[in-house]
Write a protein that binds this ligand. Structure first.
Ligand code: SIN
Ligand code: CO
Length: 395
């Protein structure tokens, strides 16, 4: 079958992206601001108030598969409690200075997932999750800095943000959360629903609710070298038994008798050093590790497949009519050779890759994408497998 040349889809554009970035193109935003300097965007998401309301957020905070935290400030002391929280475990809405943070809302809430998808001019491998916070009057998490880029979108009510690019990022000791010891703000704004503030890593910031308010943080991930090195070797260690030469064993014919039986023999170090130096890996092994690691589901995610799954033929018929969509909790990445889905790697023949790359980039396929797919083809079989695992859905 002839392979169509890969199509280069246009960068996300149009009115929605232009308002999201305050009239800047994605390219200009990335060149001028990303990782470099803060940007305030008035009315970035004019309908931000429709994404999620307070009651729906409180319902999510009561679930045990969602991480939530409650931060309260009383007479200068901060306290932090981990969820889940039933509604009657939260402070009264009338009491001041508390804030509820709910992590990973994009994984469980379609409209929040759709909001996060608006930021996909940045690779999925860099996107982390969307957190929502509710704060009563005067509530916030205190002056702090984050190690990641974040877009702070005001969805309800008003919040007073103060920020500063200070060098001194020392933290107050003995507190349950990260609070800057000396906060020196240089800019301040009141954000109203729809307004958004982009902050690169390490910009000191403090947002205080003016009346009750809700804020959404689209957060990014930037792995540490130590984390990636450690995880790579952990991955390698799991496969060490299958490496070439793994079955060698220490040999020491002709060893001299020892007068110091407790002392480690030098030849043991020499042999181990030689074994370690013989370990090697290719760029492909590194790419596969990154793909698997970065597509690992969040620890709270558990997939349930459909209760009565369709067989492959019925799945294909339904997909031809309605298309398929990627479950919001699924992480699906790819490179030139492989697909990485929820921590697993799949190598596919070249002619199958284009359809799956489209599925990954668009988080779904339309019915017409299935017209030329035959029952029993590698793509159909794989999509059916992913559907049975609950990783993709058919409408
Ligand atoms: C918040 O929403 O209260 C805090 C978000 C942040 O500062 O990163
Ligand atoms: Co922050």
């Amino acid at each position: 079958m002839p392979v169509r040349p890969p199509q280069t889809p246009p960068l996300p554009s149009g009115a929605a992206l232009s308002s999201l970035l305050g009239g800047l193109s994605a390219a200009t935003f990335m060149r001028r601001y990303w990782q470099r300097k803060p940007l305030l965007i008035r009315q970035a998401v004019p309908d931000a108030g429709n994404i999620i309301d307070r009651d729906a957020l409180f319902d999510l905070a009561a679930r045990d598969d969602i991480d939530s935290r409650l931060i309260t400030q009383r007479r200068g002391t901060w306290s932090l409690d981990d969820g889940p929280f039933e509604r009657d475990e939260l402070p009264s809405l009338r009491s001041k200075h508390w804030s509820l943070l709910v992590q990973g809302v994009n994984l469980h809430h379609e409209a929040t997932h759709a909001l996060m998808n608006r930021f996909r001019f940045i690779p999925d491998a860099r996107l982390d999750d969307v957190m929502f916070s509710y704060a009563s009057d005067g509530g916030g998490v205190g002056p702090h800095f984050d190690s990641y880029d974040v877009f702070l979108l005001q969805t309800h009510g008003k919040r007073h943000w103060r920020i500063g690019a200070q060098r001194d990022l020392s933290l107050r000791e003995g507190l349950p959360l990260k609070i800057l010891d000396r906060f020196v703000p240089t800019d301040e704004w009141v954000l109203e629903p729809g307004d958004m503030l982009y902050l690169p890593p390490h910009i000191a910031h403090d947002g205080v609710a003016i009346g009750e308010c809700m804020t959404c943080s689209v957060g990014f991930r930037a792995p540490l070298a130590g984390e990636m090195i450690g995880q790579f070797f952990f991955d390698l260690a799991e496969r060490a038994g299958e490496m070439p030469g793994a079955a060698r064993r220490l040999r020491d014919p002709g060893r001299e008798p020892t007068r110091h039986p407790a002392r480690l023999p030098e030849d043991l170090v020499d042999t181990t050093e030689a074994w370690l130096r013989s370990v090697s890996w290719k760029r492909e092994d590194i790419a596969q590790f990154i793909g698997r690691y970065l597509s690992e589901p969040k620890p709270t995610v558990v997939f349930d497949g459909p209760r009565r799954p369709l067989d492959e033929a019925a799945f294909l018929a339904r997909a031809r009519r309605n298309g398929v969509s990627v479950d919001p909790r699924t992480a699906l990445l790819y490179d030139t050779r492989c697909f990485y889905i929820n921590g697993e790697v799949k190598k596919l023949p070249r002619e199958s890759r284009q359809t799956l790359a489209r599925l990954a980039d668009q988080k779904g396929l339309e019915g017409k994408d299935f017209v030329t797919l035959l029952a029993g083809s590698p793509v159909t079989l794989l999509l059916h497998e992913w559907y049975c695992a609950g990783w993709i859905r058919v409408a």
